[in-house]
Write a protein that binds this ligand. Structure first.
Ligand code: PXL
Length: 267
């Protein structure tokens, strides 16, 4: 898309190679004008030992007022870690007020991993996120998030039937295309792509030994950049997975809080 302007709504973690500090450089690198709606400022992401949290929710109506006055609109939305349940209604207001015709809404629910919620989240947040997903064109939950959203017991070991069942349950909550990330069985990792028209397929990649923080946000950013560039869903997944794999390979063992995606971006 020529002159594409995207809005990404998520937190700004000052340190941690996640959320806005990932989305902004990656989307920009793809030539997309990237506007931000920071939901909160954190000293660092919540996998560190403690964090400060400045909630920016109350500032958002002021921001919207000036965007309206200036007649600003966006061609796409990428939502990640929002932080507070009351931001869900604000997100809907944002789509209603600021979407250009045909704008794509991509929501990564970002509230948990490895069978657990991230610090600071509860089931009320999950419930509200479930409602928000009804407004999306594409959702990017991982397996943990899909389990929480659908009230399904998380399993560390599962098969394709379990993943299909999660997709069928998610379908009752949203008409969006579903891309379930981090699906792992049979010694491989991949995404389950479950489209609006009911068609589903897995796209597989080589499973790397390391798991690192922030890779979901990187996946979502590269995925979104490719989607807005007109690529089909499988190509978006492949590009995003390859980028994440390159980040994992390049990151030093002692770099514990994220991946060194900048080195991949640099080329
Ligand atoms: O990468 C997801 C993420 C984003 N933002 C914050 C987080 C996390 C995951 O823990 O804590 C603040």
């Amino acid at each position: 898309m020529e002159n594409c302007r995207v809005l990404t709504m998520q937190d700004l973690s000052c340190v941690g190679q996640c959320s806005l500090t990932v989305a902004l450089p990656i989307l920009s690198r793809y030539g997309i004008e990237t506007c931000v709606l920071p939901t909160a400022v954190l000293s660092n992401h919540t996998m560190f030992k403690g964090w400060s949290y400045l909630d920016l929710t109350d500032e958002i109506p002021n921001i919207f007022e000036y965007w309206q006055k200036n007649d600003l609109k966006f061609d796409g939305f990428l939502l990640g870690y929002l932080g507070k349940a009351r931001l869900m209604d604000i997100a809907v207001e944002c789509f209603e007020k600021f979407a250009n015709e045909g704008a794509k809404i991509i929501i990564d629910p970002v509230f948990g991993d490895n069978g657990k919620l991230y610090g600071g989240f509860d089931l009320q947040y999950v419930k509200e996120m479930g409602k928000l997903l009804g407004h999306a064109d594409i959702i990017l939950p991982n397996v943990t998030e899909a389990c929480y959203l659908t009230g399904t017991q998380y399993r560390e070991v599962y098969d394709g039937e379990f993943v299909d069942e999660l997709c069928r349950k998610l379908r009752k909550m949203t008409a969006a295309d579903i891309v379930m990330t981090g699906v792992e069985y049979g010694g491989k990792i991949g995404e389950k792509i479950y489209l609006k028209d009911g068609k589903g397929k897995m796209t597989w990649h080589v499973l790397l030994p390391s798991k690192k923080h922030g890779t979901g946000d990187i996946f979502a950013s590269v995925f979104t950049a490719n989607l807005l560039g007109g690529k089909d869903m499988k190509s978006c997944c492949d590009a995003a997975a390859e980028f994440v794999a390159d980040c994992l390979k390049i990151t030093g063992k002692d770099h514990f809080y994220g991946v060194e995606f900048e080195k991949v971006l640099k080329g």
